[in-house]
Design a binder for this molecule. Structure first.
Ligand code: PLP
Length: 290
């Protein structure tokens, strides 16, 4: 992150080092806030309406009003992206409940939210991921009961990701009550006998924007697909396993808990879907600007 980068904070555009919030902000004290991460290709946000819709859901779930209309968000986003017109970036939007001037758990009336937005470089996909896949480990899901909210309070996700890293893996697949749900920051798909399966939306996973797009692409292609719970035993027998997220797109998993997934190589339905995904991005990029 460069120091002259402009970020948005509560109505102002400031160089990053000058953007400061109160230590009594409830986001800082309690993780009381929500966020979105939107991938932007050459200055254009991908699947923006889906990200706006999820942001609205997250805000509703924690009882915060959306501080901006979509038109206002767009003004902010354009200004942040305009600094890097030719780059692929992610936009990070965060709204916390703000500060009441003291630390108290109950939510005071008339809070003024803290609104923050910045862009960051979007890492180019590593070609080795598409050709070799990634290694993951299954870990017990230690998160709470409202994983469908994109809250900034992601301490458990962070600890789980770090445990995976410490074990030499790229991601953790989280297991709750014997079922595989999602990654620490990604959604889960498996392929079994040609059927694409992903766990259904619910309180124990984030409704991923990329997950929706993968289901949409599979539907358009006529790929057999199913939203169904995935027992750990079924995960271990899968022909293909993928993880999806806005910044890392579709990642084929080729090692699970130290064992090869099927023949240990990214599978044919992954390759087909990854191609469809890139084709969708290319046709969207060619459309009129946003
Ligand atoms: C827990 C979790 N699940 C799934 C996802 C994938 O969501 P999306 O495709 O919208 O990036 C994320 C993204 O950060 C996440 O944190």
């Amino acid at each position: 992150m460069s120091e002259d980068q402009l970020v948005y904070l509560n109505g102002d555009y400031l160089p990053l080092p000058q953007a400061k919030v109160s230590v009594l902000d409830r986001g800082f004290l309690f993780g009381d806030g929500v966020y979105e991460v939107i991938p932007c290709y050459r200055g254009k946000p991908f699947r923006l309406q889906h990200h706006f819709a999820r942001l609205a859901q997250s805000l509703l779930a924690i009882g915060l009003d959306n501080p901006h209309s979509q038109a206002q968000w767009r003004v902010i986003m354009r200004r942040l992206l305009a600094q890097y017109p030719d780059q692929d970036r992610t936009l990070y939007l965060q709204i916390t409940r703000g500060s009441s001037g003291r630390r108290e758990l109950a939510i005071p009336e008339d809070m003024v939210p803290t609104v923050f937005a910045m862009s960051s470089p979007l890492k180019q996909a590593d070609p080795a991921v598409a050709s070799r896949g990634i290694a993951v480990v299954t870990l017990e899901d230690i998160r709470w009961q409202l994983c469908n909210i994109k809250t900034i309070n992601i301490l458990a996700n962070q600890l789980l990701r770090q445990r995976a890293r410490d074990m030499g893996c790229d991601e953790a697949i989280l297991i709750r009550d014997g079922y595989a749900l999602e990654g620490s920051s990604s959604n889960l798909f498996i392929v079994q006998r040609g059927m694409l399966i992903t766990p259904p939306p619910g309180p124990h996973l984030l409704p991923g924007v990329t997950r929706d797009l993968v289901l949409e692409l599979a539907a358009a292609e006529g790929t057999a697909r199913l939203e169904a719970a995935i027992p750990l035993a079924q995960l271990r027998q899968a022909d293909e396993i993928w993880l999806t997220s806005s910044s890392r797109e579709i990642m084929p998993v080729t090692r699970l808990d130290g064992e090869a997934v099927a023949n240990g190589l990214p599978g044919p339905i992954y390759r087909q879907t990854a191609n469809l995904y890139q084709a969708r991005k290319a046709s969207w990029q060619a459309e009129a600007s946003w």
